[in-house]
Design a binder for this molecule. Structure first.
Ligand code: FAD
Ligand code: DLZ
Ligand code: SF4
Length: 509
């Protein structure tokens, strides 16, 4: 049966289900660079270059194997701009019996794909994306009959299933979780590993020129592009992390440092999310480091939890709850996104540095995303959809299946507690403890009110005050509400006044 096999820009894995039974003598692989995909949000130019360059390299590798690849470039004459339009045009070029695709990562594209059979009058087989460690049906079965969907219990089930870091049915070292040891602040003189960067080759440089011409008005710098664009390079980035980052990953997972963009983080998420690396091989590379003694158990467990736990869990939640998931707004938050999310122009040093790093690298590490830009948006009551659009726009690893649960659920608690049992709200004290940003800031994290007070301080208490009916019943919020109850009325009034003045003074985008 002659088959047209569509491969998307985040499906660049040779083991992809859509490619598995390819008949080299007759099938055609279709790959499409689509204007719509670069602009449904105005992606960071580094993300567009990464995806398009990796697609071109992947197509070249398939061709070298003898596969017939029909590759549609962004600037090809007659381009319709969309997946649907280009599938239609490809079907008129290739008389095939069926179309095979692997299910896409985003609900938006899945919703399109399910219409294709009827639109084009041809069988369209949508296959499972089995690059993940937990199938969608398996996640749905885990959810059945459960009251709460806590990640920790999902993660334990995944540990048992894979046998990773297990001694029989018990966790290696006697504990499931070394989280408590993963919260150290960074000692001032600790040497940090350099990020593994790759010099753009001719293919990447050609794409960079194209992206500069077409998307120069998108947020983000392109000249500092240093991402891997091939599987071989991505494997090198993985090795670099296992040797240089993993041993200290656990200890300093939650730390932040001025001028340091990645610390001991892996910087592998874009490669995992577009398919240059597979989650199983990344986990196995980390697991191999433990018996060899090159990384301690707390680091390997902490890293495994991010991929085997969080990454699989957020995908499970996304597909379980979409499309309704994106519509909830637990705090009824409607404020527009402040302009400084795009310009970086704010006196708050922690936010300024994070936004500048984001512009430079299309990357920020987890704690910057969660406890700085995310925490501020939560405390300031920014509309979830605006915040989500920002996160989907600015990061090279941003695909909605992983971005949305992290933003909507983890950072903004807009899902009312599906993903996290309480909001990750924090005052300046937390940022001061976990970073060195405050030393060079116009504000002081120890001052609660007045011109020099850290805005995170009064915004934090203001957030608790205005959301008292929503949050006070949550037993995990008992401690801050007990502190609030001890606050004299005049102090509460001053907090509300200063927070309102500050929020009213924010320029919006
Ligand atoms: P490390 O910290 O070194 O972690 C290793 C790997 O674990 C990552 O590469 C990633 O694949 C996985 N991982 C870690 N944390 C998470 C998590 N919470 N959810 C899913 N996978 C995780 N991650 C994305 O891949 N795409 C996104 O669009 C995205 N948006 C986010 C938005 C917000 C508001 C927050 C709080 C987090 C978001 N994350 C997202 C999760 C996390 O911040 C990134 O995966 C991580 O920063 C990527 O950098 P790294 O490779 O250095 O990760
Ligand atoms: C992110 C992205 C971009 C910028 N461009 C393309 C593209 O031109 N062609 C393509 O196949 N995929 C692209 N992607 C990734 C898609 O947006 C992604 O496959 C869908 O969002 C489904 O997850
Ligand atoms: Fe951020 Fe407040 Fe510290 Fe300034 S004082 S860097 S705003 S936490």
């Amino acid at each position: 049966m002659k088959t047209l096999r569509l491969v998307l820009g985040d499906q660049l894995s040779r083991s992809l289900s859509a490619l598995r039974d390819v008949e080299i003598s007759q099938d055609v692989v279709l790959m499409v660079e689509a204007h719509d995909e670069a602009t449904y949000v105005r992606h960071h130019p580094q993300k567009i270059v990464l995806v398009l360059s990796a697609m071109r390299h992947f197509a070249a590798a398939l061709r070298a194997e003898g596969l017939q690849v029909d590759y549609v470039r962004l600037d090809d004459a007659g381009h319709s701009g969309s997946f649907t339009g280009e599938l239609g045009r490809a079907l008129s070029r290739h008389p095939v019996d069926r179309v095979v695709v692997t299910e896409p990562g985003e609900w938006r594209v899945w919703d399109l794909m399910r219409t294709w059979g009827t639109t084009f009058g041809i069988p369209v087989e949508m296959r499972e994306d089995d690059r993940f460690l937990c199938a969608r049906a398996e996640f749905a079965a885990w959810v059945k009959g459960r009251q709460g969907l806590r990640m920790e219990f999902f993660y334990r089930q995944m540990r048992r299933k894979t046998g990773w870091l297990m001694n029989g049915d018990q966790p290696a070292g006697g504990r499931w979780n070394y989280d408590a040891e993963n919260r150290k602040a960074l000692p001032p003189h600790l040497a940090l590993p350099p990020r593994r960067r790759f010099v753009p080759d001719a293919i990447t440089r050609e794409v960079m020129t194209l992206v500069e011409q077409r998307f120069s008005d998108h947020f983000g710098d392109l000249e500092s592009f240093g991402w891997a664009a091939t599987r071989a390079e991505a494997i090198e980035a993985l090795r670099h992390f296992i040797t240089n980052g993993l041993p200290r990953f656990g200890d300093y997972q939650d730390a932040m440092k001025s001028g340091e963009d990645a610390l001991f983080h892996a910087v592998l998420s874009p490669y995992l999310n577009i398919g240059l690396l597979l989650p199983a091989e990344v986990c196995e590379a980390a697991l191999d480091a433990y018996p060899q003694g090159s990384a301690p158990l707390s680091a390997v467990e902490g890293f495994l939890r991010q991929i085997l736990g969080w990454r699989e869990y957020v995908r499970g939640i996304y597909w379980l709850r979409m499309p309704a998931y994106a519509q909830t707004n637990f705090f009824d938050a409607h404020r527009p996104l402040p302009a400084f999310y795009w310009t970086g122009e704010t006196a708050m040093k922690c936010l300024r540095e994070t936004i500048e790093a984001t512009r430079r690298n299309a990357y920020a590490h987890h704690i910057q995303r969660l406890m700085l830009t995310g925490n501020f948006a939560l405390l300031a009551g920014i509309a979830p959809a605006r915040v989500e659009e920002w996160y989907l726009t600015v990061y090279a690893d941003a695909f909605e299946w992983v971005e949305l649960p992290n933003t909507h659920g983890m950072a903004l608690h807009a899902d009312g507690g599906v993903l996290g049992s309480k909001p990750y709200a924090a005052s300046g004290a937390y940022i001061h403890r976990m970073s060195d940003y405050c030393a060079g800031c116009a504000y002081d994290p120890k001052i609660k009110l007045g011109l020099q007070a850290c805005p995170f301080n009064y915004l934090y208490w203001h957030f608790l005050i205005v959301n008292e009916t929503r949050l006070k019943p949550n037993p995990r919020m008992a401690l801050p509400y007990r502190t609030l109850a001890r606050m004299v009325d005049e102090h509460r009034r001053q907090i509300v006044r200063q927070a309102q003045e500050f929020l009213a003074g924010l320029d919006s985008e």
